[in-house]
Design a protein around this ligand. Structure first.
Ligand SMILES: Nc1ncnc2c1ncn2[C@@H]1O[C@H](COP(=O)(O)OP(=O)(O)OP(=O)(O)O)[C@@H](O)[C@H]1O
Length: 296
């Protein structure tokens, strides 16, 4: 069975989460197929942590449904063991040593892989005797990732895993992450503000903004379906059916549009250029902000 036919790692239908009067997620419909490394991007306050915390069972939805690996999140101890989570601040026990963390992991997780944990601790140069409270932010992130992965989960969830790391450490961390996911045969979802990181390691993208998913899909398919059109000002005001304008900018004598066409746009008599992932993400974010302004 291919990953495409397997149970989705996450399926949300009409998923809504409110904190009092604040709506963090508003009727989100989303399916994440198995076998992907998924980048979850969006501005501050978009609802990313809320979505990831719901997926781990740390929060309950206000309404709608959410299935993770086919079950309700954290439905049972067995289900918890299938999901590894690294929270935003990569929490560790400061007075426990690195080795204590591994011992604790082994006690708490039936499928714990001590060989993998020790190999990785050595690989990233962590001293097993070091107290976790004395580790740098980057070392803490590596320890938290090791613990999550040594559970041998089917799904790894990371909330801004590399935020505290310098660019070199971040690169190493993300490379490790991808190797790990491949070694475990797992799926991964990671949120990040750093599009270059997402671009480097993710093959699936979700743009969350204004409490809703703006666009989601395989990175390769999204890049193939989006184009930049450039034409004399006003010429892009009426485009053929099937061409969806995500964002339009009028600049002097020219108009530029970020468009989505699920078929190639051969009949468009304008300059058609490929787009970068950054342009695509910013295009959808700007559209969501403009829509929010319009309803205010
Ligand atoms: N415990 C809480 N109580 C009240 N409001 C909350 C709580 N947690 C989050 N929110 C609000 O819900 C919205 C979504 O927050 P969330 O932390 O999910 O966003 P995010 O995309 O992860 O943001 P960031 O990129 O800044 O981490 C925000 O408006 C936030 O203020």
């Amino acid at each position: 069975m291919s990953h495409e036919d397997s149970v989705p790692v996450l399926r949300a239908e009409g998923l809504t989460k409110r904190y009092g009067r604040r709506v963090a997620l508003n009727g989100v419909d989303l399916t994440i197929p198995a076998g992907r490394v998924v980048g979850l991007v969006g501005p501050n306050g978009a609802g990313k942590s809320t979505l990831l915390n719901l997926a781990c069972g740390l929060l309950e939805p206000t309404s709608g449904s959410l299935r993770v690996l086919g079950s309700r999140p954290a439905e049972s101890a067995a289900h918890l063991a299938r999901v590894g989570f690294v929270a935003q601040d990569t929490p560790v026990y400061p007075s426990f040593s690195v080795a204590d963390h591994l011992r604790l992991g082994a006690r708490l997780n039936p499928s714990w892989d001590q060989e993998l944990a020790e190999r990785r601790i050595a690989q990233v140069g962590l001293n097993p005797g070091q107290k976790a409270g004395r580790l740098s932010g980057g070392q803490r992130a590596q320890l938290a990732m090791t613990i999550a992965a040594a559970k041998r989960p089917e799904l790894l969830i990371f909330d801004e895993p590399a935020a505290a790391l310098d660019p070199l450490a971040r690169r190493g961390f993300l490379e490790n992450l991808v190797e790990f996911v491949a070694e475990l045969g797992a799926s991964a979802v990671l949120s990040s503000h750093l599009l270059s990181d997402i671009e480097r390691v993710c093959d699936h993208l979700i743009v969350l903004c204004a409490a809703q998913v703006q666009v989601a899909g395989k990175v390769q398919d999204l890049l193939a379906a989006h184009h930049r059109l450039v034409a004399p000002r006003g010429e892009l005001d009426r485009l053929p059916a099937g061409v969806e304008v995500v964002r339009m900018e009028n600049n002097g004598q020219y108009s530029r549009a970020l468009v989505r066409t699920d078929v190639p746009p051969p009949s468009i008599p304008y300059r058609v250029e490929p787009v970068t992932l950054e342009e695509l993400v910013l295009g959808y974010m700007s559209r969501a902000f403009a829509a929010g302004e319009g309803t205010r």
